[in-house]
Write a protein that binds this ligand. Structure first.
Ligand code: SF4
Length: 360
């Protein structure tokens, strides 16, 4: 059997969804030669996605700074002096204006983030109105507001919120080095509530926090072993902000970041894996490697919450150079419509001399 056939067989092992990963299995993926890992990830990616489409989201900070939590990487924590200006909750009209601008620049999903431990009762009428009005523009909606109670998750779902973002950040073992004001279990419970209310889950983490590879493996294991894989998995690279405890953290080897994307793609084959914070510091070449490893979602816009994000038009130029198109926002009735659409796109590409159907 040739090496290529062996790799094709290997990729078929990963084609399905699994929820029983062991740490050693994940570490074995991380330990693959780089080219083999990327090849496998790209094969798995092609079984479930059009490889030349990337979903584009825009993030809007609806309430910035003064957060009571102590996440060691975050400039929004009130505990660190980072020079960030605190802001009140943004007016609904302003949020809608930003959403319109995001739609005009090609975003299909609008993510609204508030620096809260959890939303208060008095905030809920405002945030649910934001969801309704942004949705009325034809955009998908996502929010990240901190921990949720059952009732709050239900209210957001009733307003039509599509996704709720709540990251696990890192492995359970390393978590205590990064945050002490809420537990890992608190985070898992919020994710459960989001699911129970019927919303889609956006959950990922941050690498470059000083953690080891076993922690990156532990984070991905936690995400992939959830009862359902998160539909969206943001993989953030630490943005070192002066004034936070991690301002002098050592840089992570960029290849380690790409490995993390590839392993996430293999373990959660149907999820959108998102390049999130830290993208501004990545070269075009590194971003293209991340797409090759299976990343198929980005944030664009002038800001990624409070850290810089490459200008939207630079992203579109990079897409054009790579032959990538933004993914359209499609509303499907069920899984069979998703499969039919993917089949049609694959059929369109079959005459391309470089087409390779990894599913065969
Ligand atoms: S990451 Fe979120 S919860 Fe943690 S300090 Fe920043 S805004 Fe607060």
């Amino acid at each position: 059997m040739t090496a290529a056939q062996q790799m094709t067989n290997a990729s078929s092992l990963y084609a399905g969804e699994r929820h029983d990963w062991t740490r050693q299995q994940v570490l074995d993926l991380f330990a693959l030669p780089f080219n083999d890992l990327l090849f496998t990830a790209q094969q798995v990616h092609r079984m479930h996605f059009d490889p030349n489409r990337v979903q584009v989201s825009t993030l809007c900070s609806i309430k910035t700074g003064a957060c009571p939590e102590d996440c060691a990487y975050c400039p929004q924590s009130a505990r660190y002096d980072t020079g960030l200006e605190r802001e009140q909750l943004m007016k609904v009209e302003k949020v809608v204006e930003e959403a319109r601008a995001a739609r005009a620049s090609g975003a299909t999903r609008f993510c609204m983030g508030a620096a809260w431990r959890s939303p208060k009762k008095k905030d809920m009428p405002y945030v649910t109105r934001m969801v309704r009005e942004v949705k009325a523009l034809g955009l998908e909606t996502c929010m990240t507001l901190g921990m949720l109670k059952d009732e709050q998750a239900r209210e957001l779902a009733e307003a039509g919120l599509d996704y709720y973002n709540h990251n696990l950040d890192t492995s359970p073992e390393y978590y205590g080095e990064i945050i002490t004001t809420r537990t890992y279990q608190d985070r898992l419970e919020t994710l459960d509530r989001v699911r129970a209310a019927g919303m889609k889950v956006c959950a990922g983490g941050i690498v470059g926090l000083g953690e080891g590879e076993k922690d990156r493996a532990g984070l991905l294991m936690q995400l992939a072993n959830l009862p359902e894989h998160p539909e969206s998995v943001p993989i953030n690279m630490l943005v070192k902000v002066a004034g936070t405890p991690l301002e002098d953290e050592k840089d992570l080897d960029p290849f380690e970041f790409i490995r993390c994307i590839a392993v996430a793609r293999i373990m959660m084959p149907k999820s959108h894996v998102r390049l999130s914070a830290g993208r501004e510091a990545m070269s075009d070449e590194m971003q293209s490697l991340a797409f090759l490893a299976g990343a198929n979602s980005i944030f664009y816009g002038e800001k990624l919450l409070t850290t810089g994000n490459p200008e939207a038009n630079e992203d579109m130029q990079l897409f054009a150079r790579l032959g990538i198109q933004p993914e359209e926002y499609q509303q499907y009735a069920d899984e069979s419509e998703v499969e039919a659409d993917l089949g049609a796109r694959i059929a369109e590409q079959e005459n391309d001399p470089y087409f390779y159907d990894a599913a065969k």
